[in-house]
Design a protein around this ligand. Structure first.
Ligand code: PEP
Length: 251
């Protein structure tokens, strides 16, 4: 059975000492979490090493928020998959809507990043989702299909089975406007159908999770929801008490 995946994206927040405080507290409160859930935290690059030191022998995994697709070289300011693996990450977020919005990340580059992540032994968490305008024009499925196809083409079956697909409607990320469970399940089924056409044999193991304005007021919607293999939590993962309570819903 797939474990329910709970990912916390800290975005560009928290110093090293803040991160240490959060992770120590999280480690303590969830030490008795059962084997049905898997927890991943994605701190900023500057805190990865410190957080990795704290999560050894715990049930928390480490993720980065981005990578560059080259292994090394003259790419000032970038971080390679090798470096991310070296610092202790298992996962890496790729194609987050904030990267598309502010840094012009393209679907073609996202595909390079996905392949580079796998080559370094990392598991990519691919973020896809439509804007409000696209939803209102009934383009959601077209957009999802295009993003999925471009980002995840040419994978080996093994890689295809490991990938995590995060459905994150752009209009729901950081806005307080969460998608309804119906909307989420519709898109998740569509992702499943589309992905199974690309990689027939792996659809059972690939995980499809939801992200966008999840907080304590709406988390109960996700408990036991079919077609939702996990959640990606942004702002609410920054408050340790809130994130802990969110996790406790699934313990
Ligand atoms: C995110 O950063 O992926 C996210 C879902 O953010 P938020 O929960 O703040 O909407």
């Amino acid at each position: 059975m797939k474990k329910f995946l709970i990912v916390g994206n800290w975005k560009m927040n928290k110093t090293i000492s803040d991160s240490l405080e959060i992770i120590r507290s999280l480690k303590k409160t969830i030490s008795n979490a059962d084997g049905n859930i898997e927890i991943v935290v994605c701190p900023p690059f500057t805190a990865l090493h410190t957080v990795n030191g704290e999560i050894k022998n715990s049930n928390i995994n480490l993720g980065a928020q981005n990578l560059f697709w080259k292994t090394e070289g003259a790419f000032t300011g970038e971080i390679s998959p090798l470096m991310i693996k070296d610092v202790g990450c298992t996962y890496v977020l790729i194609g987050h809507s904030e990267r598309k919005q502010y840094f012009g990340e393209s679907d073609n580059n996202i595909n390079k990043k996905i392949n580079a992540a796998f080559s370094a032994g990392l598991i990519p968490i691919l973020c896809i989702g439509e804007t409000l305008e696209e939803r209102e024009k009934n383009m959601t499925f077209d957009v999802i299909k295009k993003q999925l196809t471009l980002a995840l083409s040419n994978l080996t079956e093994k890689s295809a089975s490991l990938v995590v697909i995060a459905y994150e409607p752009v209009w729901a990320v950081g806005t307080g406007n969460i998608a309804t469970l119906d909307q989420i399940q519709n898109v998740h089924s569509f992702i499943k159908k589309t992905y199974s056409k690309m990689y027939k044999s792996v659809i059972r193991s690939a995980r499809i999770i939801y992200g966008g304005s999840i907080n304590l007021n709406n988390i109960s919607n996700f408990v036991g929801a079919s077609n939702v293999d996990g959640i990606l939590v942004g702002s609410a993962s920054l408050e340790i008490e809130v994130f802990t309570k969110i996790i406790e819903y699934f313990m």
